[in-house]
Write a protein that binds this ligand. Sequence first.
Ligand SMILES: Nc1nc2c(ncn2[C@@H]2O[C@H](COP(=O)(O)OP(=O)(O)OP(=O)(O)O)[C@@H](O)[C@H]2O)c(=O)[nH]1
Ligand SMILES: [Mg+2]
Length: 384
Amino acid sequence: MRAPDPRYQIGYGKVKELAELVKETSAQKIIFDNPLKPVQAYNIAKTTGIEAIDRFQLILEIFARRATTTEAKLQIQLARLRYELARAKEKVRLAKIGEQPGFMGLGAYEVDVYYETVKRQIQTINEKLRKIRRKRILHRERRTELGFPTISLAGYTNAGKSSLFNALTEEEVPVDDALFTTLSTTTRLVKFSRKKFLLTDTVGFIDRLPLTLIEAFHSTLEETIYSDLILLVVDMSEPITTIEKKLSVCLETIERIEASSIPIITALNKIDLMSQMEIQQKMEKLEGKAPKPVPISALYKLNIDQLKEEIAKKLRNYVQASFSIPLTDEAMPFLSWLFNRADVQEIKYVDNVARVVFEAVPWFAEKVKSHVEELGGKIENFKH
Ligand SMILES: Nc1nc2c(ncn2[C@@H]2O[C@H](COP(=O)(O)OP(=O)(O)OP(=O)(O)O)[C@@H](O)[C@H]2O)c(=O)[nH]1
Ligand SMILES: [Mg+2]
């Protein structure tokens, strides 16, 4: 075998082969697993006639297509510009030699002008992001005003998170406008096992996510960091070695975003594609590796009830309390506040006194307790 050629990253013979392959398959793009230098991308494009990109650029393209929030879009733009900046000088110089796919339009630029343009764009985006972040902190404070436990779906891309989200939100509870505006677009209030939960869908984890892109996903990962339970979805229909590899990527990511103290339930998904024997064998192999495993099919809704039970069991950390409160002018707004933010199970009005039974996470219940006392009410029952 000949040594790799620094002009192409791979050997020149291989580039020739690649060019043939491009012709045969009418491929539109070549993707390299290793980072490509601009000069390498340029030379490969020149020989093969199509654009060559590396793994980082591919991930950027995928993320760009999937970004839904303004913040995520800006962060991806920022990551792309930073990537460009590091390569700006070389790219413009190469583009002047001759137009190539991926270098289009750059030829007209002077190196310094292009460099400064990219730098200015980066500054503008950073400024916009700072403003959004300030808003998000306010948003989060409002979000944590809620007494419902939150569950976030996590898992490798394509594992079936959104399908499970749909299966679990069949019993969606309508929320009023005030609450609705505090929830992110991928969060729903759901009810099962006689309890209400906030459920959030998230983007998929992938292996070797470039560090600069971790930042790009900060706003999404944040939902995971602040949840009371992580529902980790795994595609069980894949070969066991793939399952194990992806599972460890997921657990590592959870650790990296400092969410490892949050309890995890693993939903072993897509069992409809497997025999009973295969399910059993794979489950044995995953023993001790997948926290609290429950085999399910999100698509065909198999074993979803058992999964719900496990979730409710894990989220035991729930307070049921009752109180009575005199119906003063201040009591009414307090009661409607509570109604929107916790699971109010009963309200009875007797002789100008309201008697309320509700459930909430412990810190929220404590907060309610002190409000009740301030308003001249009395806590009657408070049990974990
Ligand atoms: N056979 C089978 N297919 C499933 C099941 N759950 C999900 N799928 C399929 O798997 C694919 C991915 O499902 P999604 O729910 O979009 O996966 P995801 O984890 O949300 O993917 P990303 O959002 O891209 O990370 C889709 O084609 C689903 O129809 C299942 O239980 N059985
Ligand atoms: Mg999804």
